[in-house]
Design a protein around this ligand. Structure first.
Ligand SMILES: O=P(O)(O)OC[C@H]1O[C@@H](O)[C@H](O)[C@@H](O)[C@@H]1O
Length: 330
């Protein structure tokens, strides 16, 4: 039997919020409706991959697995904003202050931090979560006996990105549903003629029953940088606890050279197992009272490259994958 994220359930809070000026919104929705229809015609796969308008009329792609699981990906930011189990239970979290008018990144789901995790020279977390990604392809192949719906998104340099980061690149992000598992594959290619460097993360927001009950396991013994007091001069330490806990204060730590498998217990008896390749660090973040309205409901566990920059030579690429799965707490 599949583990259920909400066993020991509570009613979930509405995931999406935010207001957009109505005239802006009407214009945006009109443009978007025809763009979405075009995408559906070109890339839609009946029953598996469907292009629909999301919040604020933004284009999204819905991945639907035969088991009943689904994922919704916004082209703005290339952000997975919903991942539901076959039961219909949501695993990710979108903050109530999230806006869907492109005035800022969507605060929630799985935003990209690229080409900078931050703090640093450019805007916090870079530009990839502020831009429209393009659909490169979709598929729904048997893997092996059911179809795995998949979308491949791409982001390349533009005048906007070149001003901040003077490099030619192609970022390719593939999101797949394999049964109830959510899989991501992120590749960064250097399409220019000089090497470049970047840091990056998948800034994943997970819904928890209550932050007091949430725990991240698998980090014991690791060196961490605690950014909660001074992000520019983090305090270094070694994690002594079997589980990182939350709810008493701001938690904002980067765990270096993290293992490929960590788990977030969400407080219901279920956990999200995160299996990664290519990522090196894990960032654990909960804003505590700096976000009074919602901090009790989520924890971010972020696969990241933060402590050193990745260098990619011209014509070469870097790659990292994640596999998210709901499991029962052992
Ligand atoms: O940009 P967002 O989604 O509000 O997230 C901000 C937080 O993102 C986390 O990744 C950082 O570790 C925190 O330091 C930062 O405050």
């Amino acid at each position: 039997m599949q583990a259920c994220i909400k066993s020991g359930c509570r009613p979930s809070a509405p995931a999406f919020g935010g207001r957009v000026r109505s005239d802006v919104r009407r214009a945006q929705v009109k443009v978007c409706a025809s763009a979405v229809a075009d995408m559906q015609k070109k890339y839609g796969i009946p029953g598996s991959v469907e292009f629909v308008e999301g919040q604020g009329g933004l284009p999204t792609v819905m991945l639907k697995h035969a088991c009943g699981a689904s994922a919704q990906v916004y082209l703005f930011g290339g952000a997975v904003c919903s991942w539901k189990q076959a039961s219909g239970d949501e695993v990710l979290y979108v903050r109530p202050d999230a806006v869907f008018d492109k005035s800022k990144p969507i605060s929630g789901g799985v935003p990209h931090c690229f080409p900078q995790f931050g703090p640093g020279a450019m805007q916090q977390h870079g530009f990839a979560r502020n831009l429209d990604w393009e659909v490169a392809s979709t598929s729904a192949d048997f893997q092996p006996d059911e179809r795995d719906p998949e979308v491949e998104l791409v982001l390349s340099e533009s005048d906007y990105t070149l001003k901040m980061w003077p490099h030619k690149f192609k970022a390719v992000y593939t999101v797949t549903l394999h049964g109830e598992q959510l899989r991501t594959d992120f590749r960064v290619m250097n399409t220019g003629d000089k090497p470049f460097e970047f840091t990056t993360a998948l800034h994943t927001y997970f819904e928890v029953l209550h932050v007091d009950k949430a725990k991240v396991t698998g980090l014991k013994g690791l060196t961490y940088l605690d950014k909660s007091k001074d992000p520019k001069n983090p305090a270094k330490g070694t994690e002594q606890r079997e589980a990182v806990t939350f709810g008493k204060d701001l938690v904002d730590s980067v765990y270096l050279a993290a293992p490929e498998h960590v788990e977030l217990e969400v407080g219901t008896g279920a956990a999200v197992a995160i299996d990664a390749t290519g990522w090196e660090d894990i960032v654990v973040w909960n804003p505590h009272l700096t976000m009074k309205a919602c901090y009790e409901n989520f924890v971010c566990v972020e696969n990241a490259i933060t402590n050193r920059s990745i260098t990619v030579q011209p014509g070469e690429s870097w790659r990292a994958t994640t596999n998210f799965q709901v499991v029962d707490v052992q």
